[in-house]
Ligand binder design. Structure first.
Ligand code: PMP
Length: 287
């Protein structure tokens, strides 16, 4: 069965789905997006992703294109029409279509909305998690509002390409003080030498990962020690374990940074346990 996309009120075969060339998302990256993991056809961390979507839109003064309830219905319909059980749901909302001018259209235009759904092979993703992946580091060169989930993703794309070219799965941005901020499309974590979980705090210029937030709750519930304190690539190499989080990667062990092994150079027990616990709770709470 072919994939079905949603474009501004219509479900269409994905191969025929088109957006206007003067869509401001296309012209200016004047748009925001969200990605939900799908478990058994249901949206994981739904509340967190909706809340961030509303916040991202609000920061850019783009109105919600429809109520949250209506949006939920359409998102679920997109999943249903694609018959995807395990996968990802992508939503993009741009400021809309207007003659090209950097300033916002006045009067305002209707936001443009597109959705796509893709299937993931959960067995392959578990096999990958069992093996762990590598990351490389790259200087932090993105803008000062990484907390907004915008589609201005060029630095992220370049960083990811750098990782790919090095045979790694992810790139970790390192700021001018030498601390890791986050990944090109994930948040970065270590289990430090003292066994404490460490991840960058959200006052830093990073995206507030929804998976990160949910995992923090899981961690606290387990009574594990967590420290939202910056770490350097050297700290990561000296750590017991490292991992990344995101709707796409869930909790994915990192076994090497810049070609050097983390801990014993293989996935550790903490990341494996947190992956299992995160998936369990996300599945249970998926709507
Ligand atoms: N940081 C960046 C830069 C990302 O693109 C993502 C993926 N959306 C994340 C972190 C992880 O966020 P989430 O857990 O909400 O998917």
């Amino acid at each position: 069965m072919g994939r079905i996309a949603y474009v501004n009120g219509r479900f269409v075969p994905q191969g025929e789905a088109v957006v206007h060339i003067e869509d401001r998302g296309y012209q200016f990256a004047d748009a925001v997006y969200e990605v939900w993991a799908l478990f058994d056809g249901k949206l994981a961390d739904a509340e967190g992703h909706f809340a961030r979507l509303e916040r991202s839109l609000s920061e850019l003064a783009i109105p919600m294109p429809m109520t949250r309830a209506a949006l939920t219905l359409v998102l679920k319909e997109a999943v249903r029409r694609n018959r995807v059980r395990e996968g990802l749901l992508y939503l993009q909302v741009s400021r809309g279509v207007a003659p090209r001018d950097h300033a916002f259209p006045n009067p305002a235009v209707r936001p443009a909305v597109i959705m796509t759904v893709s299937a993931t092979d959960r067995i392959a993703s578990e096999a990958r998690a069992a093996k762990g992946v590598s990351v490389v580091t790259t200087p932090e060169n993105r803008w000062g509002r990484c907390d907004i989930k915008t589609v201005s993703l060029l630095p992220n794309a370049l960083a990811k390409q750098k990782a790919r070219a090095a045979g790694a799965a992810e790139a970790w941005f390192v700021d001018e003080l030498g601390f890791v901020t986050e990944g090109a499309s994930s948040n970065a974590w270590i289990v430090d030498e003292d066994g404490r979980l460490r991840t960058r705090d959200t006052n830093a210029n990073i995206l507030r990962g929804i998976t990160r937030g949910s995992l923090l709750e899981v961690i606290r519930h387990e009574g594990l020690e967590v420290d939202e304190r910056p770490f350097t690539p050297a700290d990561a190499l000296a750590a017991k374990e490292a991992f990344i989080t995101g709707a796409g990667t869930l909790v994915l062990p990192v076994i090497a940074v810049d070609g050097k092994p983390v801990g014993e150079g293989k996935p550790g027990p903490v990341a494996a346990k947190l992956r299992r616990l995160y998936i369990e709770q996300a599945k249970a709470a998926a709507i």
